[in-house]
Each structure stands twice: as C-alpha cells, then as structure tokens.
Write a protein that binds this ligand. Structure first.
Ligand SMILES: [Zn+2]
Length: 410
C-alpha cells in the first residue's frame, strides 16, 4: 500500500514538475549544426567514445553479474558472516563491515576497468592526472562511499532490529531523510574532498554574473571556481546544494578556455536550474524513490524462495545485505534511462532559460561548440545510446534549439 502510494507520488511529481511539453529541436537544424562543426574534432570525439564504449558496457555488466552472483547465492551471506567473525558475529560488525565488504569487492573488481578508462582519457589529452593522483581519487571515493554507506547500513539494521514489523515505515522515512540531508551536505562536506573551491575573483566578469543572477531574480551569494584543472582539461559548470548550501560552481578550465560572454551563457543555464528548483526536484524525486525502495524491499522480504536462494531467513538479517544490494543494483540499472529522460528534459529547459535570459543565441551556440570541442563530446550520438545513457541533450540538439530560438520559433 505505502509502496504504491510512494510510486504514484513519484510518478505524479515527475509528471507535474518535469517540462514534458517542450518540442524537440528540429532535426534539420541539427544536421546543419553537425555539418558546420569542424569534421576532425567531431571525428576525434567519436573515436574517443568508440574507445570508451567497451569498458563502459563491461563495467555495467560486471556490476550486475557480480551483484546477482553474491545476492542470489549464499556467497554474499558467507562474506558477511566472515566479516563479522572477528567481532563474535556481532550484528553491527556484520551490517557495517559486511555491507562495505560486499560493495568494496565489487569496486575492486571494477577498478581495472576504471584504470582502462583513465588511460584512454590520458591518451586523448583530456585527463591531466598522474596515475598517483588518479589512485588517490579512487581511494577518496571509496572512503566517502564507506562513510555514507556505514551510516545507511547502521541506520537500516538498527531500525530493523528495533521495529521488526514496522521497519519499512521508519526505514522509508529514514532513507528519504538521508537523501535530503545528503543534498544539503554534499557541497560543503564531500565536494571539497575532491576539489578546492574559491570565490571567483573580483572583476568585470564576477560583477556581470552577479548582476545577471540579480536580474534573473535568483539569490546567489557567490560564484565559486573549482580547481578542475588538477584532473581534466574539460570545461563545465554546475549548481548544487539546497537552501543555504546552494552554489553555482564554474570550472577554472572554463574561465581559462572560454570567452567571458560564453561563461555568462553557461552561468545563465545554471541560473535556470536554480530558478526552476531543479536540485530540489531531483532531491525530492530521489527521496521518494529511496522510500519506495525500502517499502519494495520489505515486500520482497516475504518472498521465501528469494530469501532461500540468498541463504537467509529475513531481510532484517545483515547476512541478506548482498541480496538487497542485488535488488537495488537491478532496479538502479532499469531506472537509469528514466532518470536520464527526466534529466535531458530539465537540461533543455535550463538551455531555454539561458537563451531567454541572455537573449544571445550566437554566444550560446559558440559556448556549445566550445564545450563539445574541448570536451571531445560525441556531438551527435547513436540514438539508442543517447536515450539510454545521456543526461543532457546532444550538442547538435542544443545548437538546433538555439537556432530555433533565434528564428523566434520558441
Ligand atoms: Zn545543466
């Protein structure tokens, strides 16, 4: 019942908040845009993505197979038991160490694939990281994941022990609360683990950006610059955080590579996200999804055949962690295309906002070209892969939308 309500709430929310009605960018404009981009750079972007593709699919399949093997056989339960043994099989050791072990083994298996990816990015001159720095990043990501994972695992199994009949209700509320909390604290606690953020230096550009935000009616205290150049040549910007932790971040590479009016165009896009509350929307949809996931797990917990496969009696037993992770992994893979569809819609709306706010389709187009050429984007990707994996409209779609705007079509 609660599961149904949460799923319906999530669908209704997505239906209401996501801009579904916006017409697609005209294909004729996309074809023109593609023809006008420098062919050698377009080919290089395609070549890069051709090289990355096998590793990406392999990572996806490996993650799924690994999760299913551990979750649908007693292997996962054995691993959890093993981790708890030095602590006399205490449930906290099983829950936290067992859970982390299940995830960590998967991460270690996938690490060579991540290294393969890094080697390709270095070869194409996109990554500026040494192997040592890359490895430190990997360890940091493990550490951050371990902290967040421990909180979630400890919270979940504490609730499951205290309220054996009602854990789904408390767990759903807890999962949703954790998602909201993370949205607040990630920009101030986690992002600084990976990058240094400094306020954009005083100057005409900073003044212009803050004036733009003011004109847009979006309260922005500061524009931050991230030292992305320690890792990549790629240029980018993003908005993260909620309420007091909301910030617009531009990469230092963007300031270095792009003309100031292009930076204004990028920030106008990010202001669109802030103005439409896209971070809030994303957080709420994710929170509903997390709550629904807990209820869904509870329902699956009465499927004795499934429990028997994993060698556990109940999902409240930490030895069933691998089974839960397997279910979450499968649902996550299936949900990704839906999330990406929503993301592309929201990104297209932020583009439209940038065009309307700046009224400058030429600069918008120049910025899109720059973004694509510097980042070696696949500017006109395979439609199936685009639908499955792309979080943003393609470069040619974004340029085509700018051209339609310039003609006054939208
Ligand atoms: Zn965006």
């Amino acid at each position: 019942m609660a599961f149904g309500v949460l799923i319906v709430a999530m669908v209704v929310m997505a239906a209401l908040v996501v801009p579904w009605s916006r017409p697609p960018a005209p294909r004729a404009d996309q074809v023109d845009a593609l023809r006008e981009l420098p062919a050698d750079r377009v080919a290089r972007g395609k070549a890069l993505h051709d090289e990355l593709r096998p590793g990406s699919y392999f990572t996806l399949v490996l993650g799924l197979v690994f999760a299913l093997v551990l979750g649908l056989t007693p292997l996962g339960a054995k691993l959890v038991t093993l981790m708890g043994r030095p602590f006399g099989g205490h449930w906290i050791a099983q829950a936290v160490l067992g859970g982390l072990a299940v995830v960590l083994v998967g991460e270690v298996l996938a690490a060579p694939l991540a290294a393969w990816r890094h080697a390709i990015l270095v070869k194409y001159g996109l990554s500026t990281q040494t192997w040592a720095a890359w490895f430190v990043d990997l360890l940091k990501a493990f550490a951050v994941g371990a902290v967040i994972g421990s909180v979630a695992l400890l919270g979940f199994y504490t609730i499951a022990r205290l309220a054996p009949r009602w854990w789904w209700a408390f767990g759903a509320v807890g999962a949703a609360a954790l998602v909201v909390l993370l949205s607040f604290v990630l920009p101030v606690l986690v992002e600084p683990v990976f990058n240094k953020f400094t306020p954009m230096p005083e100057g005409p550009l900073r003044t212009e950006l803050l004036a733009l935000a003011e004109r847009d009616g979006v309260p922005v205290k500061d524009v931050l610059v991230a030292d992305a150049s320690r890792r990549t040549r790629a240029v980018n910007a993003y908005v993260s955080g909620l309420g007091p932790t909301r910030r617009i971040v531009v990469y230092d590479t963007l300031l270095r590579e792009a003309e100031p009016p292009e930076v204004v165009s990028v920030v106008a896009h990010e202001l669109g996200h802030a103005k439409d509350g896209d971070v809030t929307t994303g957080t709420l949809i994710t929170a509903l999804g997390a709550a629904a996931a807990v209820c869904g797990l509870y329902l699956l917990g009465s499927w004795t055949g499934l429990l028997r496969r994993a060698g556990v009696e109940s999902l409240a037993d930490p030895r069933g962690i691998a089974l839960m992770i397997a279910v979450i992994t499968v649902v996550g893979v299936l949900a990704t295309p839906v999330q990406n569809l929503i993301s592309r819609r929201i990104e297209a709306r932020a583009d439209a906002h940038a065009l309307a706010l700046t009224g400058d389709a030429d600069t918008f187009e120049a910025m899109e070209r720059r973004l694509a050429l510097v980042n070696l984007a696949d500017v006109d990707p395979n439609p199936v892969e685009h639908v499955l994996f792309a979080t943003h409209p393609s470069t040619v779609e974004r340029i085509a939308a700018a051209r339609a705007y310039r003609r006054g079509d939208r």
